[in-house]
Design a protein around this ligand. Structure first.
Ligand code: MOS
Length: 746
């Protein structure tokens, strides 16, 4: 491991003082003079033709400037296939809560009052809510397949190679994508097995649960350009979608990425095209902030899933076959490809015989989106229970059975791409002592599960400028949703050789920022971090070249001490860094990381693995589960800032507890959501989160700066499965449906 002075130290987030003082400004806090406030009128049917919209009562409210409907904004032709591009419904609504009209007014009160007065008439169509029902040939059709060509390519965090495409044109209209991975002969594998486990698992749609609602402010200029202030995890992606939807050139749209008050995948692009369109229409700034209920109605939660697994294993501990049939419930827009779940079903463990098929299915529910490790908690809930059950049935210790079978670097994933450097074995070994020393009291049990995230990769660059006082300014195109700017400051300081408080990190707008991908996929620290390291190295090289000439010494004989470049060990022969910057005034530039893009990028990924142990008590009378503790081991490559890394792991486990025991969007047969508020959508509160013991494992990655790997996503992945396995240990009962509420256990 590289010797470092700053890397590896826990320093507080550089933005924490302003956060704890309440000085951080969010998009909703911005109201430039002349701003108009927008409020939505949303659908009260889940699938219906719009037969009329009467806006007269709304227009009569004093202060109302305009009432806009889908017919005003959308060209004729097939409806867009992405939530943000669709803006407003036009001919029909396809989910309850879909925006149908928007009121723009001088005040929030006027907008709110008028939005409730927009009268929409509907002619109901058949509704389909259950994804299994949606796959039936006679199910109500949400979009005819003829429109498929109009669909935007689904956003995916993980690039995937291989797999057979299944011809969805021969499947019912609601099935919009399908993929299959197979290897060997599963029937043969099951015939060789001493134990075959077969189970069907379900997981509901889950909301990301961020505190800050979606908020967007669009400011037009007289030339028809837009400046859009918004909470997004990726300003360049938001710009692409907005410009494209509005028919503008990308350089006519400037996205200013504001602080994100929680994203978890849910803050990509949503309101920007609509609010931009309204600003262009009125020629005035327009702001839209979603209400809490609208977040549940029309934002982009995680997909629910139905996962059937059949797994065979022999007495000697070999897993002989895995068969999986996976349905991901995408809601009304593409966004839930099942491929990540398939890679998880067949990728954690070596297995000669695989047959995995996954379908993405439309239902009359809000279009889903990314949520922390998209597809992974669902797939892991299934495979990690099946493996646990097989191990116990064979008399194997569940941890040793996993160690017997886990994939190692070089082993093929279901898509035949070899696993790169991975710390899967190591995280299991890190919790072994804990596991062996577990002691369960009455009605208590322990469960173990693993989780892995392949890691994404995307081209990116960073800019490091040396200022004439010797301080550094790092400008980036990545949004800081998890404290990454603090880590970037540390990387720049460590690499260049100045204290961290001499580094400022700026997330710039789309006009000024070097390109970076979306802050998601657990990739920012190792992709943008590598760019920051390269930029700081280059800036240091330039500074040393000038200092060498000034000091009449060779660059390799120089060092940086206390803000000066000096001849090693000779403080009298020195020149201040700021002085060197004055001599040049041109430091800075764009530096890209050393890995390639496309196929060459695949091997540079840094997959993160987690192993967790859950300790539960189950009340035999009520079925209520009390969590007594979680141990979470995670391979983070190198913990650049251990406090931030542990914070990510705590947060991931807390969200995993939500999946396990509390959360799930519930819809009735008409598609009306039954729990769209924080009063009735149950999130884990502090008393429900037990002590979490974090064990950091460091198997360095060659893909990341100082060996770092992605950290954010792996900790949410195994938690629900570990808790389910603990419930099985305590009660002997397998709970196969999330959330594992008391009535499902009793
Ligand atoms: Mo994400 S789901 O913000 O990586």
């Amino acid at each position: 491991m590289t010797a470092t002075t700053l890397i590896g130290k826990s320093i507080p987030r550089i933005d924490s003082p302003q956060k704890v003082r309440g000085q951080t400004r969010y998009t909703a806090d911005l109201t430039p003079p002349g701003t108009l406030i927008a409020r939505l009128t949303t659908a009260t049917q889940a699938h219906a033709r719009i037969t009329g919209i009467d806006t007269s009562a709304a227009r009569a409210v004093p202060g109302v400037v305009d009432v806009v409907t889908g017919a005003d904004l959308l060209p004729d032709g097939p409806e867009p296939s992405e939530r943000a591009r669709a803006m407003l419904a036009r001919d029909k609504v396809i989910y309850y809560g879909q925006p149908v009209a928007v009121v723009i007014a001088e005040s929030e009160a006027a907008a709110e009052e008028a939005a409730a007065l927009v009268q929409v008439d509907y002619e109901p169509l058949g509704v389909v809510i259950d994804p299994r029902a949606a796959m039936q040939p006679d199910a109500p059709v949400i979009r005819p397949k003829a429109q498929e060509g109009e669909w935007a390519e689904a956003q995916m965090h993980a690039t995937v190679q291989g797999g057979e495409e299944v011809d969805v044109n021969r499947l019912p209209d609601n099935v919009i994508s399908a993929v299959r991975f197979s290897r060997g002969d599963v029937e043969q594998g099951f015939a060789e097995a001493d134990v075959v486990v077969e189970r069907s698992f379900t997981t509901p749609s889950v909301h990301q649960g961020y505190i800050e609602p979606h908020a967007t402010l669009a400011v037009p200029d007289p030339l028809g350009n837009l400046t859009i202030y918004t909470a997004t995890q990726g300003q360049f992606y938001a710009r692409t979608v907005t410009a494209d939807t509005l028919g503008l050139a990308q350089n006519q749209v400037t996205i200013v990425p504001m602080e994100v008050g929680g994203g978890f995948g849910g803050k990509t692009v949503l309101l920007e095209p609509l609010v931009g369109a309204l600003a262009l229409r009125t020629g005035r700034p327009v702001k839209l902030v979603l209400s809490r209920m609208e977040e549940f109605l029309l934002a982009t939660p995680a997909p629910g899933a139905v996962i059937d697994v059949k797994l065979g294993a022999k007495k000697d501990g070999t897993i002989t076959a895995i068969q999986g049939h996976v349905i991901f419930d995408s809601g009304v827009y593409p966004g839930a490809p099942a491929v990540v779940a398939l890679l998880i079903l067949g990728g954690y463990y070596r297995c000669a015989n695989l047959d995995l098929i996954g379908y993405e299915v439309l239902t009359n529910k809000p279009g889903v989106g990314a949520y922390r490790a998209p597809g992974a908690p669902q797939g892991t809930f299934a495979i990690e229970q099946a493996v646990d059950e097989a191990a116990r049935a064979l008399g194997w210790d569940p941890l040793e059975f996993r160690l017997r079978n886990v994939s190692a670097p070089g082993d093929p994933q279901p898509n035949d791409v070899p696993w790169p450097e991975m710390g899967l074995r190591e995280v299991l070994e890190a919790v072994r002592d804990h596991w062996q020393q577990r002691t369960a009291g009455p009605n208590e049990g322990f469960g173990i599960a693993i989780g892995g995230w392949p890691g994404g990769i995307e081209p990116c660059a960073a800019n490091v400028r040396v200022n004439t006082d010797g301080s550094l300014t790092v400008s980036l195109g990545s949004v800081d949703i998890t404290g990454t700017n603090t880590t970037m400051a540390m990387i720049a300081a460590e690499t260049f050789g100045v204290p961290v408080d001499r580094v400022k990190v700026v997330t710039d707008n789309t006009d000024g920022a070097p390109y970076a991908g979306m802050s998601g996929g657990s990739k920012i620290t190792y992709t943008v971090g590598l760019a920051v390291r390269a930029a700081a190295e280059e800036a240091r090289r330039q500074v040393f070249a000038i200092a060498a000439a000034e000091l009449e010494a060779a660059p390799e004989d120089l060092e940086i001490v206390d803000g000066k470049v000096q001849v090693k060990g000779v403080p009298d022969r020195s020149i201040a860094i700021g002085e060197i910057a004055r001599l040049s005034m041109t430091f800075g530039g764009k530096y890209e990381p050393v890995y390639g893009v496309g196929k060459s990028a695949v091997t540079a990924r840094a997959p993160g693995f987690s192993a967790q142990i859950a300790h539960v008590r189950v009340d035999p009378a009520t079925g209520e589960v009390t969590l007594l503790g979680i141990v979470a081991a995670q391979d983070v490559g190198r913990a650049l800032n251990p406090a931030l890394v542990e914070g990510q792991i705590h947060g991931g486990v807390a969200q995993g507890i939500g999946w396990a025991l509390h959360e799930g969007l519930i819809y009735d047969d008409n598609g009306q959501p039954l729990n769209p508020t924080l009063m009735d959508y149950s999130l884990p509160a502090a008393p429900q989160v037990p002590p979490i013991e974090v064990k950091l494992v460091e198997v360095p990655s060659s893909a990341g700066p100082f060996g770092a790997k992605g950290v954010g996503e792996p900790p949410v992945i195994p938690t629900a499965a570990a808790i389910a396995n603990a419930i099985a240990d305590a009660t002997g009962a397998r709970v196969t449906d999330l959330p594992m509420t008391a009535p499902r256990i009793r």
